[in-house]
Ligand binder design. Sequence first.
Ligand code: ATP
Length: 190
Amino acid sequence: MGACTSKPQKPNPYASRDATNEQATPAHLPKSPLPQAPPQNDAVISDADAAVAKKSPFFPFFSPSPSPAHYFKKSPAHTKPNSATSTPLRFFKRPFPPPSPAKHIRAVLLRRQGKKAVKSSSAAAIPEDEEEEEVVLDKRFGFSKEFTSRLEVGVEVGRGHFGYTCSATFKKGEHKGHQVAVKVIPKSKD
Ligand SMILES: Nc1ncnc2c1ncn2[C@@H]1O[C@H](COP(=O)(O)OP(=O)(O)OP(=O)(O)O)[C@@H](O)[C@H]1O
């Protein structure tokens, strides 16, 4: 039996693309040229851009880059920073620590008294004499002889967690005859 010549010849899948293209393209038709970039507008592209595009070894065609600093030496990215106009590196560091709030409070207190703020610490101290003048409180604590000589301790009127409260009457002095409550706190708890 002879070979059948009516069937079309199958394409070789292992053949190179060029050979395939040559096979695919009929001999009587001209070969299709490679696709080229569309012509650019001469009014938009400057001569410098065109020169850079010609010098670029990577891009044989012109493509407007979003980062011209990589291609143009006149870009601000290549220029040295001016110390007078540029942002300082240590921008957030404070040259001096924040002012103490205690000084502010002292200044307010002096202003209320009608005095000028004085820088010396002794003059700017918070006065305590006024409180002693307003509140008349006997701060002499302790069950001393003076206590028994001045006060007549009466009955217990109440009891707290740390001690007990008694009624007492002044024996002498400007408060003679006045009745007060005295809280007695024992030094040692049995
Ligand atoms: N001036 C007063 N006149 C009458 N009773 C008083 C007077 N002061 C205190 N008492 C009585 O004494 C009780 C104890 O008084 P105190 O002030 O010792 O109470 P407390 O502060 O709870 O005691 P603690 O601090 O020891 O826990 C009171 O609950 C009250 O009944």
